[in-house]
Design a protein around this ligand. Structure first.
Ligand SMILES: Nc1ncnc2c1ncn2[C@@H]1O[C@H](COP(=O)(O)OP(=O)(O)OP(=O)(O)O)[C@@H](O)[C@H]1O
Length: 313
């Protein structure tokens, strides 16, 4: 490896194994910029967190994460302490798109050809972005704390992500997987009453189809879920899709998600804040950066400019 302070972490299982199949080509593109290097391959979910932490403790500072957003999220969690602070403030994550949605790369303007992602991995530039701290009830019912960087969704959007990741074949379709799963979940989903508080101010109960707390404007495989959200402004954008019929969702909202024009619908509410709390007395799933992590009650807080990503210089 040209730079001993760089570590390449590869999730061969990303994109349902597509990352592993594409690895020779990805490796060649990296090697053309980095020189010889020894990649670390993950062997199980969560392994990227351990690999990143070990490499950090051994002196690495630039973490090339080959995979999708789940892989980047795991690497990120290996670089943070329990309060969400970078253990080493000069640690930088360089995402190489090899997953299904690759939303961080999209937000960074690295898609579609990804040359800029590879250049950033080999360079020294970086850009600070906001971090999300998430506290909710874990899938086993115990409280959990996670950190993310894209978006936290609850309700139908979390159910769509969950069903997509559970399907053996549908994820092979790439970003279209989320698009196909959206009407399937919508047709079976019921709106629920959720207590929402923004920056500590109760907003009262709201009947929600879904809500998304967004750091970036894109999500779900290239949809513009929260137009105008900026990942370096120190605030988060909340989009709530209210008490809309299933037919209304499918005809008046879904077709507009790609262009972001759904936010003009009368049942869609957009607000901004630094902390959000959601409670309900029914079982509502929570998703962080495309991974199902638990259920309500949920608290999301922004930690402004708390970590850095590689930027081509
Ligand atoms: N060796 C492995 N075997 C099986 N699963 C793994 C392995 N390494 C990591 N994982 C898991 O693979 C999952 C998917 O990874 P990732 O999110 O990066 O890809 P993706 O879902 O295809 O892309 P995206 O999140 O961009 O849509 C993660 O939940 C991660 O925990």
């Amino acid at each position: 490896m040209t730079d001993p302070r760089s570590t390449v972490i590869v999730n061969p299982a990303a994109n349902k194994g597509g990352a592993g199949r594409r690895w020779p080509a990805i490796c060649a593109r990296l090697a053309a910029r980095l020189g010889d290097f020894e990649p670390c391959f993950t062997t199980a979910p969560g392994h990227a967190t351990d690999l990143a932490r070990q490499a950090l403790l051994s002196g690495s500072r630039r973490f090339v994460a080959v995979g999708g957003d789940g892989t980047v999220n795991e690497v990120l969690n290996g670089l943070l302490d329990r309060s969400g602070r970078l253990i080493e403030p000069d640690a930088v994550i360089c995402p190489i798109p090899a997953g299904t949605a690759n939303e961080l790369n999209r937000a960074l303007g690295h898609l579609p050809d990804a040359d800029r992602a590879y250049d950033a991995a080999a360079g020294t530039g970086s850009k600070a972005i906001d971090l999300l701290r998430i506290r909710c009830s874990g899938l086993d019912g115990r409280p959990i704390e996670r950190f993310g960087y894209l978006m936290v969704s609850l309700g139908a959007a979390a159910a769509i992500s969950h069903r997509t990741s559970q399907s053996r074949w549908i994820k092979k379709l790439g970003p279209a997987a989320y698009l196909l799963m959206t009407p399937v979940v919508t047709l079976g989903y019921r709106n629920h009453s959720v207590l929402v508080a923004i920056d500590g101010v109760p907003q009262g109960p709201r009947r929600l189809f879904t809500a998304i707390v967004a750091n970036t404007e894109n999500g779900g495989g290239g949809m513009k879920l929260m137009p105008g959200a900026l990942f370096d402004d120190g605030v988060l954008d909340l989009v709530e899709m209210g008490d809309i019929s299933r037919a209304g969702m499918l005809t008046a909202i879904m077709p507009k998600l790609h262009r972001g024009t759904h936010i003009h619908h009368s049942k869609v509410r957009v607000t901004r804040g630094r902390s959000f709390r959601f409670e309900a007395d029914v079982d509502i799933l929570v998703d962080v950066d495309g991974e199902t992590v638990g259920r309500l009650p949920l608290e999301v807080t922004v930690l402004p400019l708390a970590f850095s990503v590689g930027a081509a210089t």
